[in-house]
Design a protein around this ligand. Structure first.
Ligand SMILES: [Zn+2]
Length: 998
């Protein structure tokens, strides 16, 4: 890849659209092909049961969501299908049309032994009784005609044919034949009835074991399908129109008898779609839209969706997002994120955000944004993969293998049914299922006869929870999340899905192993964490929210963002010039190439309250460290040199006179020289404007002095190497802004401990240790007690011991690599190493104050912590305002916006802070002089000022009179905020008189 000018570690998987890298987000969807019983909240006047079953039926990327509703008052079972309109159809009618079963047979399938479960039998009887007599007597054939006539598009259509179309294409499309569909409906209905009589609990729609992932491939496939089918529909109607139009014109011609050239033989296909001429017309008109439609979807993230596809994707905007390359961690995260769905983002629903135990090992509990999207934007764990479709040849073997293991053909209750992706293939007596599932799992792990990616989920019988209706579900579809765990009986890795995991007993280590129950063991304790979650050292010693903050901050830290920057024109690149590998490192650091994209620097950190400048998360930094390159960064940004009109081109030479204008910073091509310092209002580039007929300059408008890093000519002949002569050339000018650490810049350790640099102290004035070590950073001890980031303290010791002994220190979460535990603690481990080298066991040292030369009274904790420099810098944020700043014309208040020299809100809290300090003078300056200071005439007697009128008396003389007091004796000029006069006038408009008293 490097040879092609691309990133060496390029992973791909995104679109490049107008120079932006657009990623398709993964979304979480309901698990396919399995009925989910739910209880919805209903209002008391709704005369329906709160219970329902929902099946998301998916076949080769196409999906239909179906609901089975129960209406106990009307005593009716209804299937709701939202395809090409919203249909409510009687459940028993569909059953009858699918398979000719008697009521006795239905009873056997739905209820089983009626003596064993009399409540369910009553429920079943009730539903049957409520059907109208003619429905009950309907035969299989009659049912199909009845159903077909409802779906026939036209009167002439054969009802039997339209019934077949409906059953094949719109009902449970994941199943191939009527009998499978019949059985699947029976299965779903049995669950619904059991829920209705209270023998099972409803499924939790937010629980992760009932979820799967909508992958980019499916999104893009749907997009293509959608766009193409629209184009085909268009071309069909357009070709029809063309044919009829041609026919008309040809009949008219033959009538008038003036055929152009009767000698030319007539094309027999002329007026049909087979005519190439007509076909070309159709293609040009209708297919031209396919490409642009896909481009729009990718570049805006908005989908051109019809009704069906809306149901499909849950979210239909914001599916494509621009991938950010602040650093590699940020970029990589785009590909491992699963969005819960746009519909939850606006609501204040708590349930979809909750971290459910069923997501253990699949969704990282730490790596989620805080705030509005908390819990909705989930990151999958480092070990999780997304399953592919199972090998089709091996899938065919599954029923045979199940038969070999003793499966019966019958699946009616009380037998436990076995389903493959919703299709019932047989059943087992309840006491044999355990043995069967074990045997099947062994064959799965061996992976010879049946696919090793098979999903074997056995919902066991239990009196207490959801499963008085046990069943075995075998999944073979794609889009499942799977993760590796050790299958203990064989000692091999098995990939399990959340649906399987919910019913397995997996131990963490020997201590949690239960004989006869445990079948699996976690391969690592860190399996619950995402890639980013795994990068935080000693994160098990931190308070959880701090680890969440760190996952957010790691993505904003400056780093080496890419190696291919020379071949790219990103709008903005933050580059840390002196990145380092961390000394305290986790196993993940080596597993992915994060060292090549290092996102921080090892800093010597002293924890001491020093000079007061380190209070409230301020940090004192050593100026000499900064000058040596500590956390030194550059900001690269690309500016485009554009043309005002066609025919204009870049140059500093006037083509009319051939005179070079010789601007200071620009060469004869009109482009700035590489390495040139460009100051505010310097010439940035110059171009010949055809309309004005003159060479015009474009000045550098920003307030920062930048350095020209690279000039790339783009478009036209310029790419072939003749910049100067090429007409209509554009150029990308890459500028560089060196940003050394400055007071006000933001830094953070890897433990959610962020701080602002508050003071740069020369090394001579910094405290130093007995060996002459000067800290790079001083932070305040008060940062620790309330935040409880013990991991940072341990990292400090680990970094220090690593630096002394010349080794890297293992800081993996849960001490997985080094084998830390309750008895062998990291503090003891690194403490001993420090003591061995002659240092204090706990990492503290006596420091000497650089300003006084005296020993500090307390021992100071000092060590090495990996610090990140975050992209938020004071040069992008500082704002100031004087009394001459721009104001809003109506209210006379300062306008908003940093760029325009506007004001920032000086709110109540700020006001109170100044008042409590007794600095009222500043308050007057901020809220009056630099804001909406104004003067107004006022009558001191009546306390009003909007009825004071100024009369001109010729020349400079004028007289000011109060119209209420009819006098000018009490009128005086006062200084007030302009909004106050505004308020008085508004109140006057409401008929409220406001007067002031002295
Ligand atoms: Zn007055």
């Amino acid at each position: 890849m490097a040879a092609l000018g691309e990133e060496f570690y390029e992973i791909g998987g995104y679109f490049v659209m107008n120079g932006n890298e657009r990623v398709c987000r993964m979304t979480i969807a309901q698990k396919r092909n399995i009925p989910m019983v739910m209880r919805r909240s209903i209002k008391s006047h709704d005369k329906v049961s709160p219970n329902k079953v929902c099946i998301r039926s998916v076949k080769s990327g196409y999906q239909i969501i179906q609901w089975l509703l129960l209406d106990p008052v009307g005593g009716k079972l209804i299937i709701r299908i939202a395809v090409k309109g919203d249909y409510h159809i009687d459940f028993f009618l569909i059953l009858k049309a699918l398979f000719n079963a008697t009521e006795k047979q239905l009873c056997d399938l739905l209820v089983g032994n009626r003596e064993e479960n009399p409540t369910l039998f009553e429920m079943f009887q009730f539903l049957l009784r409520n059907r109208s007599p003619e429905d009950r007597l309907m035969s299989h054939h009659e049912a199909r005609i009845e159903l077909g006539s409802r779906f026939a598009k036209e009167q002439s259509e054969d009802p039997l044919q339209s019934c077949k179309t409906f059953l094949d294409d719109f009902l449970l499309i994941h199943l191939d034949n009527d009998l499978d569909k019949f059985n699947a409906l029976i299965f779903a209905c049995r669950r619904l009835l059991l829920l209705q009589v209270g023998q099972i609990q409803p499924d939790d729609p937010d629980s992760f074991h009932l979820h799967e992932i909508t992958t980019p491939a499916i999104v893009c496939g749907t997009l293509l399908q959608n766009v193409l089918s629209t184009a085909l529909k268009h071309s069909f109607s357009y070709s029809k129109k063309l044919v009829s139009k041609n026919e008309k014109s040809s009949t008219r011609k033959s009538k008038s008898g003036t055929e152009a050239n009767p000698a030319v033989p007539k094309d027999p296909n002329e007026n049909t779609i087979h005519s190439p001429k007509l076909w070309n017309l159709v293609l040009a008109r209708c297919m031209g839209n396919v490409g642009p439609a896909i481009c729009t979807a990718v570049s805006t993230g908005n989908f051109p969706v019809s009704f069906v596809e809306k149901v499909w994707l849950n979210a239909f905007s914001g599916i494509f997002i621009t991938a950010n390359r602040i650093n590699m961690l940020q970029f990589m995260s785009h590909f491992r994120v699963a969005h819960r769905g746009q519909q939850f983002a606006d609501g204040k629903l708590l349930e979809p955000r909750r971290l459910k135990p069923t997501s253990w090992g699949f969704i990282c509990p730490v790596h989620t944004p805080d705030g509005t999207l908390c819990g909705l934007v989930n990151h999958i764990t480092a070990s999780t993969r997304i399953s592919d479709q199972c090998n089709r040849d091996l899938v065919k073997n599954i029923p045979r293998v199940c038969k070999e293991l003793g499966m019966l053909d019958d699946s009616s209750p009380p037998l436990v049914p076995v389903l493959i992706e919703g299709a019932t293939i047989g059943g087992f007596p309840r006491d044999q299922v355990d043995e069967f599932v074990q045997q099947l799992r062994v064959r799965k792990v061996l992976g010879e006869e049946i696919p090793s990616t098979l999903e074997i989920a056995y919902h066991k019988f239990s009196r207490f929870d959801n499963t008085q209706h046990p069943y075995v579900f075998l999944g073979v579809s794609e889009c499942r999340l799977v993760r590796p765990v050790n299958y203990l009986p064989l000692g091999k890795i098995e990939y399990i899905s959340p649906f399987e995991q919910a019913h397995l007993h997996i131990c963490l280590d020997k201590d949690s192993f239960i004989k006869g129950k445990t079948t699996h063991q976690e391969s690592s304790k860190t399996n619950i964490l995402s890639v980013l979650g795994n990068l935080t050292p000693f994160s098990e010693h931190n308070q959880s929210p701090r680890n969440i903050y760190e996952c957010g901050m790691a993505k904003q830290s400056m780093a080496n963002p890419m190696f291919s920057a020379d071949f790219r024109s990103d709008t903005k690149i933050f580059k840390l010039e002196t990145p380092q590998k961390p000394i305290a490192r986790t196993f993940m650091q080596s597993e992915i190439a994060v060292d090549d994209y290092a996102f921080g620097t090892n800093a010597i950190v002293a924890v001491v309250s020093h000079t007061g400048h380190d209070m409230e998360d301020g940090m004192i930094m050593c100026k000499d460290s900064m000058q040596r390159g500590f956390a030194y960064a550059s900001v690269y940004s690309t500016e485009k040199a554009t043309m005002p009109s066609d025919g204009s081109f870049l140059t500093s030479v006037d083509p009319n006179t051939n005179v070079d204008r010789q601007f200071d910073t620009v060469d004869s091509h009109g482009l700035p020289r590489i390495g040139e310092f460009i100051q505010p209002s310097d010439v940035f580039y110059s171009r010949y404007d055809v309309e004005k007929g003159d060479v015009k300059i474009v000045p550098w408008k920003q307030e920062k002095t930048i350095i020209i890093d690279r000039v790339t000519a783009v478009s036209g002949e310029a790419t072939r190497g003749n910049v100067g002569n090429a007409q209509n050339v554009k150029a990308n000018i890459m500028t560089r802004l060196p940003v050394p650490p400055n007071i006000g810049d933001k830094f953070a350790s890897r433990h959610g401990q962020k701080g602002i640099c508050s003071l740069l102290v020369p090394a001579v004035d910094m405290p130093f240790s007995s060996s002459g070590i000067v800290p790079d950073i001083i932070i305040n001890p008060n940062a620790f007690p309330s935040r409880m980031t013990i991991g940072m303290l341990i990292e400090s010791m680990a970094g220090k011991s690593g630096a002394i002994h010349g080794t890297m220190s293992d800081a993996s979460t849960f001490g997985t690599s080094e084998g830390f535990n309750e008895t062998h603690t990291p503090v003891a481990h690194f403490g001993k190493k420090l003591a061995h080298a002659g240092y204090n066991y706990f990492g503290s040292e006596i420091l000497i104050d650089g300003t006084t030369g005296e020993e500090m009274k307390a021992e100071i904790f000092i060590g090495i912590v990996y610090y990140q420099r975050l992209k938020h810098m004071v040069i992008d944020k500082y704002q100031s305002r004087s009394d001459l700043g721009p104001i809003d014309q109506k209210t006379k208040q300062p306008i908003k916006g940093r760029k325009r020299g506007g004001g920032i809100r000086f709110g109540e809290m700020e006001r109170d802070a100044l008042l409590s300090h007794g600095t009222a003078g500043i308050l007057r300056d901020r809220l009056l002089h630099c804001s909406d200071d104004s003067h107004a005439w006022m009558c001191k007697r009546c306390g009003r000022f909007f009825n004071v009128h100024v009369f001109q008396q010729g020349g400079q003389k004028f007289r000011v009179v109060c119209s209420s007091c009819k006098s000018d004796r009490f009128v005086d000029l006062v200084q007030i905020p302009a909004v106050f006069t505004f308020l008085v006038r508004e109140l006057a408009g409401l008929g409220i008189d406001l007067s002031l008293k002295e």
